[in-house]
Design a protein around this ligand. Structure first.
Ligand code: HEC
Length: 452
């Protein structure tokens, strides 16, 4: 994706933080959608086969119903699948600019596959309608021979489409998810950035494989909760559905929900063990615990519902699943954020350089010893007084330098490692006079505006 690299403009760290939030939002939409897309596709292929083998009409109806959950219209795919994946690809193009990681390229591959998969899934869905139509037409008696023949031709086409397209779309979705997971993991592991030379390195990585297994189990867990909720009879839409279909839907979603909720912690832990150490911190452990709790609680509720054969807790399980998805997304993006700190320092430096060159080009002088200018020109990229950016907020640190101005000047001239929660501060290359000016400036602002 070299052409994208040329389009990328250096961004300030404020913009990059916004991009990271955008990425979290994008995943909150895309990942549940992808999960339900794959989950329902698996179930429909399975039950379509089963309907063929047993000739049981209700299996067939069930298959039709669950395909509708994700294909009720084409716009839903654009809004929940296509657009989020495109925005994720663009976010990574900015966030990983100047690094060796071509995550955007892999996401585009994933995007192409999921789109192709969706087209097939839509044809699969239509083949059901065609089949029904053809059945109705051929079974009525007063048809002309010609029409009947045409209808039979269409019927055999629909039959073929119905047998194959569901499987094809499933294969494409699974491949798309596989590449997506590989790419996202790759993005959070800067140590591997130099060593990946083609998509094969990502596809063949053990890490991707485990991530994919974890995703698949999670997808079934999420899909079960969604199906259970839809068919629990708690909303009106499902009331038009055949009673036998409802019974199948409940049975399938309860048992799959229980099994996947029991298996999920195992895969979750395995997947967490493989996160690079640089991506772990207290917040990610906390989120992991939240995820484990939601899964354990859900398995308990699935079990209760099976035992008491009532569906009392279906909305509560759906709620737990939503919490699970949010915690999972935030946890992964937190890991991405912590493990790529050095990348962000590199980008901020690039931005400072870019601004400096721009100013020079415009004939503005960059030589200055005004403390305010130095702060606004350099430090602000990483520091504010109140908020944490790449570096700590000044309000947190200036206290300890009270009455020790000389020490502060020395630190700014020659930064040393202080706080393990932050990456080291890069040397700003200031002259002693400039360091003194900026020190005076930040102390003055702190004392006038923030000191309590
Ligand atoms: C590229 C980002 C970046 C820029 C630009 C930057 N800093 Fe920092 N700064 C950091 C980081 C990261 C830390 C935390 C370092 C640590 O704790 O080891 C830090 C820490 C500090 C500290 C706290 C030292 C302590 O004892 O805890 C001060 C003071 C400071 N910076 C001042 C400045 C000033 C003044 C400027 C502008 C001339 C500046 N920084 C520019 C990233 C930056």
């Amino acid at each position: 994706m070299d052409f994208l690299d040329n389009l990328v403009l250096p961004q300030s760290s404020h913009h990059m933080i916004l991009l990271k939030y955008l990425l979290v939002l994008t995943y909150l939409i895309f990942i549940p959608y992808l999960s339900v897309l794959i989950g329902t596709n698996i179930l429909s292929v399975y039950f379509n086969r089963k309907a063929d083998q047993t000739g049981e009409r209700s299996y067939y109806n069930f298959t039709r119903e669950i395909i509708d959950i994700v294909t009720f219209n084409k716009v839903s795919f654009i809004a929940l699948g296509f657009v989020p994946l495109v925005s994720a690809a663009l976010c990574y193009a900015q966030l990983l600019h100047l690094s060796e990681a071509d995550v955007t390229g892999y996401l585009v591959i994933s995007l192409i596959m999921i789109s192709a998969g969706f087209i097939l899934l839509f044809s699969y869905k239509n083949s059901f309608h065609l089949k029904d139509l053809v059945n109705a037409a051929t079974s009525s008696h007063n048809n002309e021979y010609n029409i009947k023949h045409d209808v039979e031709v269409i019927g055999s086409r629909a039959e073929r489409a119905n047998k194959k397209y569901g499987v094809y779309s499933l294969v494409l979705f699974a491949l798309s998810a596989y590449v997506f997971i590989g790419a996202v993991k790759y993005a959070s592991d800067p140590l591997s950035w130099g060593s990946v030379h083609s998509i094969l390195d990502i596809l063949l990585s053990f890490n991707t494989f485990v991530g994919f297994l974890y995703f698949t189990v999670a997808a079934i867990f999420i899909t079960s909760a969604v199906i259970l909720y839809i068919f629990s009879g708690r909303n009106d839409e499902a009331s038009v559905v055949d009673e036998t279909v409802k019974i199948i839907a409940r049975k399938v979603s309860l048992s799959l929900g229980l099994v996947s909720a029991i298996l999920l912690p195992l895969f979750l832990l395995l997947n967490t063990v493989l996160i690079p150490e640089s991506g772990l911190n207290n917040a990610s452990f906390l989120l992991l615990i939240v995820m484990l709790l939601t899964v354990l609680l859900s398995s308990g509720y699935f079990y209760l519902m099976i035992r008491n054969s009532d569906l009392h807790y279906s909305s509560f399980v759906l709620f737990l699943v939503i919490v699970f998805v949010i915690a999972a997304t935030v946890k992964d993006q937190y890991a991405f954020d912590t493990s790529t700190q050095n990348q962000f320092i590199k980008l901020t430096e690039n931005y400072t350089e870019y601004q400096k060159n721009l100013k020079e080009e415009l004939g503005l002088s960059v030589e200055t010893i005004s403390g305010a200018d130095i702060y606004n020109g350099r430090c602000i990229a990483c520091h504010q007084f109140e908020n944490k950016l790449v570096g700590p907020p000044y309000n947190d640190i200036l206290q300890k330098y009270e009455g020790k101005k000389e020490q502060l000047v020395q630190f700014i001239l020659n930064p040393v490692k202080v706080d393990p929660n932050y990456p080291p501060m890069p040397n700003q290359g200031l002259k002693p006079k400039e360091a003194e000016a900026v020190t005076d400036y930040i102390i003055k602002v702190y004392e006038e505006q923030y000191k309590k």
